[in-house]
Design a protein around this ligand. Structure first.
Ligand SMILES: NC(=O)c1ccc[n+]([C@@H]2O[C@H](COP(=O)([O-])OP(=O)(O)OC[C@H]3O[C@@H](n4cnc5c(N)ncnc54)[C@H](OP(=O)(O)O)[C@@H]3O)[C@@H](O)[C@H]2O)c1
Length: 280
């Protein structure tokens, strides 16, 4: 029965991490209301088509859920976008868009949902990022937005604790989704080895919810990275710059070799080189 189920609102449920988390809560018997601009390719209890950067859409999400289900037990602020560029090349309007999605939209949605979450002694789950705790080159815009969101989440917990509301901050490292590819900008980061799996992250988030934990850090090895960055900040800066620069060099080499191949392919005589014989 819907009216006895706990109601979860999750933004960005159409794909990626949001989809995996929505599926986990659904499988545990929750009423899961997913929010996104596009139709999700997965089963949900209810979908609200909304752009969370629009004030009226945010108000509509909460009003709609209350009129339909009468309660909000859990708000999962998951929707997010990235931007990767040198600060010099950063487009300020794109940066504003990132802050709208990654910071202003979730903090306003939280404000709107708060009276109902307090009533339910519920939970707010904020999907932050390792970029919310670390400084990452060519990610100044995304890192700044996630640092702001991370700080909001950690402060909110202190304010809401005595109302019986728990706030979980999720520090997600590199997770296999389409996030990086769909990000704005031109200096996309390398895909680090040992990337996390969204289903495993969803399990960790659910466990943290059940055990009323404050934080989730996934994949766990990011703890070492974060610890190292605090103890040896200069060493961290050198290592991370080296990894990023090397990945850009490799990408450049790959593009150049693809260009050469394309030139060869456009000429019959050059094609023969590709086949391993000398050009005539
Ligand atoms: N993947 C990673 O490596 C990683 C690492 C750390 C943290 N994170 C964080 O995890 C969260 C989810 O990332 P992901 O990897 O799952 O990304 P994703 O696969 O690109 O999914 C992003 C989701 O956000 C929704 N969304 C984006 N803009 C929206 C808007 N204006 N209104 C409503 N929904 C919007 C998208 O739905 P529509 O396009 O249909 O609206 C989509 O469902 C983000 O906050 C991200 O910062 C990801």
């Amino acid at each position: 029965m819907i009216d006895k189920q706990k109601v979860v609102i999750i933004t960005g449920a159409s794909r990626g991490i949001g989809k995996a988390v929505a599926q986990k809560f659904l499988s545990e018997g929750f009423c899961v209301v997913g929010v996104s601009r596009s139709r999700p390719k997965c089963q949900l209890s209810h979908h609200i088509k909304a752009d969370i950067t629009k004030d009226e859409d945010r108000k509509n999400i909460i009003q709609h859920v209350i009129s339909e289900f009468g309660r909000v037990d859990i708000l999962i602020n998951n929707a997010g976008i990235g931007i990767y560029d040198t600060w010099e090349d950063m487009d300020i309007n794109q940066l504003r868009e990132v802050f709208e999605v990654d910071f202003f939209a979730p903090v306003h949605l939280t404000k709107l949902a708060l009276p109902y979450i307090k009533k339910a002694k519920g939970t707010i789950i904020n999907i932050s990022s390792a970029a919310g705790e670390l400084s990452v080159p060519y990610e100044s815009g995304y890192t700044a937005a996630k640092h702001a969101f991370h700080a909001f989440s950690e402060t909110l917990r202190m304010e809401l604790n005595h109302y019986g509301v728990n706030v979980i901050t999720v520090t997600a490292g590199n997770i296999k989704t389409g996030f990086t590819l769909s990000a704005k900008g031109s200096k996309h980061p390398p895909l680090l080895p040992f990337a996390g799996k969204r289903k495993e992250l969803a399990e960790e988030i659910y466990k943290a919810y059940i055990k009323k934990k404050d934080k989730v850090i996934y994949p766990g090895w990011y703890r070492i990275f974060m610890f190292y960055s605090k103890i040896f900040p200069k060493g961290y800066e050198k290592i991370i710059m080296r990894i990023w620069e090397r990945s850009f060099e490799k990408r450049e080499e790959k593009i150049n070799s693809q260009k050469k191949e394309a030139i060869f392919n456009s000429s019959g005589s050059f094609l023969s080189i590709k086949k391993g014989s000398e050009p005539e």
